[in-house]
Design a protein. Sequence first.
Length: 119
Amino acid sequence: MPYVYRDADGNVQAIYEEPVQGCEEVAADDPQLLAFIQRSAPNAVLNDQWVQSDLALARVLEDLIELLIEKKLLLFTDFPRGAQQKLLERRGLRKEFSYVDQLFGEEDETFGQGGGEYF
């Protein structure tokens, strides 16, 4: 159970995991505790979830754009210059990571199994 420190008006001012002098234990679903958390860290966890979701969706959109261009349903030149530049940068980054992954991503299955010479 969390412990809270209240001001003279009874408003939650701090939260503790362990008992602290001048604090009281409250239920985890205490409305004033939840309100304090909302005010103190407005949606910190949700913001992180939104950021992760946005990044994943950006990847989906990038893949969709590449697919539409590949199928000639959309022309690269249909995009404004700024968007073209961002797409080119992303395409370059993906190629770099793909190259690195090819170099180091999979181990050679025959290496170290004996029967051959290693130079």
